[in-house]
Ligand binder design. Structure first.
Ligand code: XYL
Length: 435
């Protein structure tokens, strides 16, 4: 049985193509800035949105039509769904996928039943990975949906829930390793607070630090060499998520001595919720050597929540690729943490959504590579900072001066040299020229 009978493998047809089931920009083997597009972009399909999202929202029930899914929480249905998912990855030519434990296999009545369900589905995932060559970018554990995690997982007030979470992560790490996963992600689902009157923040953060150290120790114990990633998000579902943005995550990692073991998985819609541009979060992580992977999506500025939409805006993808070309994205990838809208309920919409966003990132990659190659932005940035290339600038940057010496210099001059223009509008025009 085939899940997507109306679709054959999606091919690159070039920018003039009007075929909605073809790539116009994503040409996997085309070399851009020294690497193939496939190597740069490492596109990843997210299992939870693409294969588990039902279209339900707070105002109404499921809308998605998914003929391969009987709607039951059985292991058999989970295995059928996994086969449909791999048909999708293959036809889309996506090299990677990513999951939460509970997306791929149903939770059982006990922890051991859940482990057994997970093992049974992981067997099918492994077979399908070997059959298709599609790889696992990352695994993670869902520690936010089950009511036991109402107060959080690694930051819960309930010590046995903490122990349960540890057991769940242990198992998810084992399965990630078994499937050759290149990373393991922690998104702090309910790690945060709704109210400070009932919260011991210091104790919760200490517990979270301890939890991550146990993960690092267990990775060593089983020989899992994938990259650990944590994922900033400021709010939703809690009022305040502890991993609120890249800066807060890095501060946390350093406070608890974890900075050598973790990098960041930066998500566009989370950056927006934190009041930052994606480019800001990427640059902040990148400049500190902590950029690991991205959750590629977009929000809607008129809606105040994490809408997880597919990114199609060329300016956004160009800005993203400008930073990714600077710092690289390996072992991470461009993970489509995005879902089709509730009204786009047909299976074919999954293809349109992914094709459009893959094309948008491929186009962003080409534009960004050209801007960098021409030095179009760099030249103006270098000019803006040129005063720092002077002897004085070099001395300050090398830490070889003091307030007293700088005061003596300025007392002698009386006034600082005139400023240069910021050229913001010119830079915006230059970027437009490349579009
Ligand atoms: C939800 C998060 C998750 C993580 C994985 O806001 O983006 O989907 O990526 O737990």
């Amino acid at each position: 049985m085939t899940a997507f009978p109306e679709v054959t493998k999606i091919q690159y047809e070039g920018p003039k193509s009007a075929n909605p089931l073809a790539f116009r920009w994503y040409n996997p083997d085309e070399v851009v800035a020294g690497k193939t597009m496939k190597e740069h972009l490492r596109f990843t399909v997210t299992y939870w949105h693409t294969f588990r999202s039902t279209g339900s929202d707070p105002f109404g029930g499921p809308t998605m039509v998914r003929p391969w899914d009987d709607g039951s929480e059985s292991v058999e249905n989970a295995c059928n769904r996994a086969r449909a998912a791999f048909e999708f990855f293959e036809k889309l030519d996506a090299p990677f996928y990513a999951w939460h434990d509970r997306d791929v296999a149903p939770e059982g009545a006990t922890l051991s039943e859940s482990h057994a369900n997970f093992d049974a589905v992981a067997k099918v995932l492994k077979e399908e990975q070997e059959r298709t060559g599609v790889k696992l970018l990352w695994g993670t554990a869902n520690m936010f949906s089950n009511p036991r995690f109402m107060h959080g997982a690694a930051t819960t007030c309930n010590v046995e829930v903490y122990a349960f979470a540890a057991a769940q992560v242990k198992k998810a790490m084992e399965v990630t390793k078994e499937l050759g996963g290149e990373n393991y992600v922690f998104w702090g689902g309910r790690e945060g607070y709704q109210n400070l009157y009932n919260t011991d923040m210091k104790r919760e953060l200490d517990h979270l630090g301890r939890f991550f150290h146990m993960a690092v120790d267990y990775a060593k114990e089983i020989g899992f060499t994938g990259q650990f990633l944590i994922e900033p998000k400021p709010k939703e579902p809690t009022k305040h998520q502890y991993d609120s943005d890249a800066a807060a995550c890095l501060n946390f990692l350093r406070t608890y001595g974890l900075e050598d073991h973790f990098k960041l998985n930066i998500e566009t819609n989370h950056a927006t919720l934190a009041g930052h541009e994606m480019m800001h979060e990427l640059e902040y992580a990148g400049m500190q050597g902590a950029l690991g992977s991205i959750d590629a999506n977009t929000g809607d500025l008129l809606l105040g929540w994490d809408t997880d939409q597919f990114a199609t805006n060329y300016y956004l993808t160009t800005q993203t690729m400008l930073v990714l070309l600077k710092y690289g994205l390996n072992p991470g990838g461009v993970n489509f943490d995005a879902k089709v809208r509730r009204e786009s309920f047909e299976p074919i919409d999954l293809f349109y959504a992914h094709i459009g966003s893959m094309d948008a990132f491929a186009r962003g990659l080409k534009v960004a590579a050209k801007i960098i190659e021409d030095g179009a932005i760099d030249k103006l940035v270098a000019e803006r900072y040129s005063s720092w290339d002077s002897d004085l600038g070099k001395k300050i940057e090398a830490g070889q001066t003091s307030f007293t010496e700088l005061e003596a210099l300025m007392l002698g001059k009386g006034e600082a040299a005139p400023n240069v223009s910021g050229r913001q509008e010119l830079l915006e025009n230059i970027v437009n020229r490349y579009m």
